[in-house]
Ligand binder design. Structure first.
Ligand code: PRT
Ligand code: ZN
Length: 228
């Protein structure tokens, strides 16, 4: 349970792919801040809506802990952490409120270029290793597909795992496909269609933040509709 607050706090990525488009979207919703581009906190001026600039990986946890009220984060990160929470018996603490139409990518299974791909069934009973930064989403998919592969969790540089001999396959985010190609891999299955999303707590708010969040969502819907 978060403490009562009369200002809304939104977590966005400090730097990286989602940082600039998240700021632009919120600015288009009429928000402005006392400028502090390199700091962690931006104080809202036009409305009592503040920004917390963080690593994208931290955003789901910040919402779960009530440190932030809303967050702009990739669906891939949100789903992965929701799955990880569920696996250790934690209740769902956040949910996707809106798809935001930027940061699009796919979480895909990729195999060596020279494989003839006939489908997921091809992976059964071969004791394969799959490198990924998304172990929970991958494990769920493998279970659905009844594939008994081993998940090798890596925090980065997943695409070089096959060359290093730490895994035969990878499961990673793909946008242009250039990274896979450069590593002699090809995408074969989509596990998740991702984009940046606005995330919020499952329970909503019971103080002044409720009206602020409602107004922000209404404005955001207007902005997103015009952009379509
Ligand atoms: O510092 P911080 O932890 O905040 O940043 P980060 O490095 O974890 O995140 P960042 O900025 O790289 O990505 C933030 C979010 O952008 C991701 O969680 C996705 O929701 C989204 N996104 C969209 C992507 C991509 N496209 C993407 N292509 N995130 C990563 N990639 C990587 C991918 O992992 C692979 O290494 O780009 C490479 C593939 O790109 P292509 O174009 O070669 O296919
Ligand atoms: Zn990250």
């Amino acid at each position: 349970g978060a403490a009562t607050r009369d200002r809304l706090r939104i977590a966005i990525q400090k730097s990286g792919r989602l940082a600039e488009p998240a700021r632009k979207l919120l600015a288009a919703c009429g928000l402005s801040w006392r400028e502090s581009r390199d700091k962690l906190f931006c104080y809202g001026e036009s409305l009592p809506v503040d920004l917390l600039l963080v690593r994208d990986d931290d955003i789901p946890g910040l919402i779960a802990d009530g440190v932030c009220d809303l967050g702009v984060v990739g669906r891939n990160e949100l789903d992965e952490q929701a799955g990880a929470r569920a696996q250790v018996g934690l209740p769902q603490a956040y949910r996707e409120l809106r798809g935001l139409g930027f940061g699009q990518c796919r979480l895909m299974l990729a195999v060596p270029e020279d494989w003839d791909w006939t489908g997921p069934a091809q992976l059964r009973g071969r004791g394969l290793r799959i490198a990924t930064s998304y172990p929970s989403i991958l494990s769920r998919w493998l279970q659905e597909q009844q594939i008994d592969a081993q998940v090798v969790e890596l925090s980065g540089s997943v695409e070089i795992a096959p060359r290093l001999g730490t895994a035969e396959l990878i499961c990673d985010l793909v946008s242009s496909g250039a990274t896979l190609k450069a590593n002699q891999l090809k995408p074969v299955e989509t596990l998740l269609e991702s984009e940046a999303v606005l995330a919020g707590p499952v329970g909503g708010f019971d103080d002044a933040r409720a009206a602020l969040a409602q107004m922000l969502l209404r404005r955001m819907d207007g902005v997103l509709q015009v952009r379509e």
